[in-house]
Every structure is written in structure tokens, then in C-alpha cells.
Design a protein around this ligand. Structure first.
Ligand code: SF4
Ligand code: SF4
Length: 409
């Protein structure tokens, strides 16, 4: 987390060139100068002159701070490398610390949800029945948003945490699978496919972990984030394993940030891999992929894969090697889909505008399927595809690969 002095240095480094305009998804959806890195930084700096409290109690500033996706696209193109997302995070943290902030309820809810392993699966099961028999008002239209993902099942209940599933092929090593909240509750089927993919060459054990902390971090709930991060670090450090793998690019990216954000050395995390990294490493085990001549597909590179872990190019190379011209990149294929954790729910209209623009690029590529490696992106893309009734299939990477190996269920 940036300290106040570091934040001010970031603000001063913006030379107002406007280079961030062409890349910022919130700006392109609104054409509002406050909704781009330059505008956000300018407003924050301007109001800082009246003191931090004035800044944080100004509704316009609060809104532009809340409506940043934290996608880091601006930093990538910024000639000064200004870390706008970190500036935004700093002020979200300040917002939470102001007594009476309307965000307090969110922090309490997030702490309850993400510091308690049983909460999200329980909430998902309740949401399943709510979705099925829903009789209470639904201001966020959560029911239609979640309807395609919930079926009352949870990954942890399935193979069970702590149990080792033996390799089905020649065992090369042992893997511990970090179970992300969204994979656990919304995409447990896809996570099982990922686990079975890994079992082709590894024994796989499910970790009884906590949430990676991404939702707490993006809210600015730094204490809560540190708490889950420390708990996860302790669990991971106890594991006698060759690799810790997760099928969620957001979890992988956030877990990799633990040492920097906690200010600790964490040697156990050197074993951490995004599923994508393991697939690149174990490319030989994907030889059964029948890639060429398949229906055209494209890949959405989640922010946490492309910028969070710098894995766009190696992933692209893997897809090119495996699928040849069946893989069709789309314009701005690493731009944020609008999901951004809970952004898709909390800023639904803006998020859906961003998603619709992304989906137009996907359709222009001629692809019939869009594949990705982050459950939040899968949910956001899937929900808007459904709402707009587009002829597109949104698919988790592991499921797509399993199908390409001729093992679709
Ligand atoms: S690209 Fe960087 S320096 Fe230029 S306006 Fe945007 S944040 Fe400021
Ligand atoms: S982090 Fe993303 S949404 Fe926020 S200002 Fe930068 S490009 Fe725009």
C-alpha cells in the first residue's frame, strides 16, 4: 500500500498529457474527464489543497474513486508510469476510515464474508434457493446475474479439502490447489475439470484456504485484507508440495502481491502458479489437444493475468501453438471486461456498458466462443451475453481445453 507521501509523489508525476484517455474503459464508456486517470488524479490533487477530509467528503471525488476499475491499463501506457490504481486504493482506504462513511456497511459485510470460510458457500446456497423461488425485491438484479452459475453445489464439498486426489497419469509432482471463492461456489464444475487436468501428471490436494483478499483490497479494507493474507500465508507455508496452483487469475495475481503488500518475505509463494503458467510449463501434456480447424474462438486476457502477472504474451503463444488460426485475437483483448470483482454489481450500468463494448470487439473477431481464466470475467461476460442475447459462448479455460482434448462431458 502506498503511504501518503508516496501518493502525493504519484499525483505530481502526472503531466496531464492525456495518454490514458484512449485506454481507460470508464472514460470510453462515459467521456467524462473525471473518469480517466488524468481526471481522477487532478481532482484528488485539487481537493487535497483543502485538506484530506474535504476531499473525501466531496461526492464527486468519492464517485470517481469508486468508479475506477483498478485495471491498471492507464499505468501501462502512461509515460510517467503513474500508479493511478494505487492512488485510488489509498483513498478508498481513507474513505473507510472516516467515521460515518456510507461504505462502513460494505466493510463489515466484506469482513464477515471473506474472513469466514463458510460464509460464501452458505450465501451461495441461500442465493440458489432465492434464485429458484425468489420472492423478495431484487434491486441489483442479482437473481438474473447469478442464475446461470448457481446450483447449490460447492467445490470443497465435492472432492473435499485436505484429501489428495492421485495422479491419473505418470506422477511428476504434487500440487496444492488454492480454491478461489468464485471457483468454489460459481464455477466448481470448471474447477474440478482444472483439477482433473492437473491430475494427468500430479497428485492434487485441495487447500482449505480463505478468500485471496481481492474484494477487501479493492474496497480499501486494508486490515481485513492483511488478516486473510496472513492466514493464507500460514496455510500455504505449511504445505509440503511442489506447486500451489489456482485456476483463478485474480487469486494468483493477488497472492503474488502478498510479500509487497504485507512487507514480508514469503518463500512459500515462490511455488505459486496460475493454472495458465502450469499449462505453459506442461505443454507436452496438452499434445492431445485437437486445436486446428476447430470453431473460431478468442481469449479475453483478464487484467490480473495480463497486467497483474505479465502473462499475456506467453498465454498468447500457447494458444497460437495449440490452435493456430482457430484462435482469433480480438481488438483490445486485454482491456477490462467491466467485472472487476464486485464492480459489475455495484456499478451495474457502467459495467454493462464497458462489457458491451468488449463484446462488440469479440464479435468483430468472428469468434463463436470467448475463453478466459478468471471467474469474475466469466460471470460478467456471461451475464451481458445473456442479457443481449448474443450468439456467443463464454467458457472457462480448463473446460475449453478438456473439450479440445476430446473429453467433453
Ligand atoms: S498518461 Fe499518465 S501522465 Fe499522461 S495524463 Fe494520464 S496519468 Fe497523467
Ligand atoms: S485503473 Fe483502469 S479504470 Fe482506473 S483510471 Fe486507470 S484505466 Fe481507468
Amino acid at each position: 500500500m502506498l503511504e501518503k507521501e508516496q501518493v502525493y509523489k504519484e499525483l505530481l508525476r502526472c503531466n496531464k498529457c492525456g495518454g490514458c484517455q484512449v485506454i481507460c474503459p470508464t472514460y470510453k464508456a462515459t467521456y467524462y474527464e473525471g473518469n480517466v486517470a488524468r481526471g481522477r488524479l487532478f481532482l484528488v490533487r485539487k481537493y487535497l489543497e483543502n485538506g484530506e477530509q474535504a476531499l473525501l467528503k466531496t461526492p464527486e471525488i468519492v464517485q470517481v474513486l469508486e468508479q475506477c476499475l483498478l485495471c491498471e491499463s492507464c499505468t501501462k501506457v502512461c509515460p510517467s508510469g503513474v500508479r493511478t490504481a494505487e492512488v485510488v486504493l489509498h483513498y478508498r482506504q481513507q474513505l473507510l476510515e472516516i467515521k460515518g462513511s456510507k461504505n462502513k456497511w460494505k466493510e463489515r459485510l466484506y469482513r464477515l464474508a471473506f474472513l469466514n470460510k463458510a460464509f460464501i458457500p452458505l450465501a451461495a446456497k441461500l442465493a440458489y434457493y432465492y434464485q429458484k423461488y425468489g420472492m423478495i425485491p431484487d434491486p441489483y438484479q442479482l437473481r438474473s446475474f447469478l442464475s446461470q452459475y448457481l446450483d447449490g453445489q460447492v467445490l470443497r464439498d465435492n472432492p473435499g479439502t485436505g484429501i489428495t486426489l492421485p495422479a491419473t497419469g505418470q506422477r511428476k509432482y504434487k500440487v496444492t490447489f488454492f480454491v478461489g471463492c468464485a471457483s468454489n461456489t460459481f464455477y466448481h464444475g470448471a474447477a474440478l475439470v482444472a483439477i482433473n487436468l492437473l491430475r494427468r501428471w500430479a497428485d492434487v490436494t485441495l487447500l482449505d484456504n480463505y478468500c485471496c483478499g481481492a474484494p477487501l483490497l479493492s474496497l480499501g479494507a486494508v486490515d481485513g485484507f492483511r488478516e486473510v493474507a496472513n492466514r493464507n500465508l500460514e496455510l500455504i507455508s505449511r504445505e509440503q508440495t511442489d506447486f500451489i496452483v489456482t485456476d483463478c487469475s485474480t487469486c494468483a495475481s493477488v497472492l503474488k502481491q502478498y510479500p509487497a503488500r504485507l512487507g514480508v518475505a514469503a518463500p512459500a509463494l515462490t511455488k505459486l502458479r496460475d493454472l495458465v503458467e502450469i499449462l505453459i510449463q506442461e505443454r507436452e501434456h496438452l499434445s492431445q489437444v485437437k486445436g486446428r480447424g476447430r470453431q473460431k474462438f478468442t481469449f479475453h486476457y483478464p487484467c490480473h493475468l495480463a497486467r497483474g502477472q505479465n502473462l499475456k504474451e506467453p498465454t498468447q503463444k500457447l494458444l497460437d501453438d495449440l490452435f493456430g488460426s482457430s484462435y482469433q485475437p480480438h481488438l483490445e483483448d486485454d482491456s477490462c471486461c467491466g467485472g472487476a470483482g464486485t464492480f459489475g454489481i455495484l456499478h451495474r450500468d457502467l459495467a454493462q456498458k464497458i462489457t458491451a463494448a468488449k463484446l462488440a470487439n469479440i464479435q468483430n473477431s468472428g469468434a463463436a466462443q470467448v475463453v478466459t481464466s478468471c471467474p469474475a470475467c466469466l460471470m460478467q461476460l456471461g451475464a451481458v451475453v445473456k442479457r443481449l442475447a448474443l450468439p456467443l459462448v463464454v467458457k472457462p479455460l480448463a473446460v475449453f481445453l478438456e473439450e479440445a482434448m476430446g473429453e467433453s462431458r
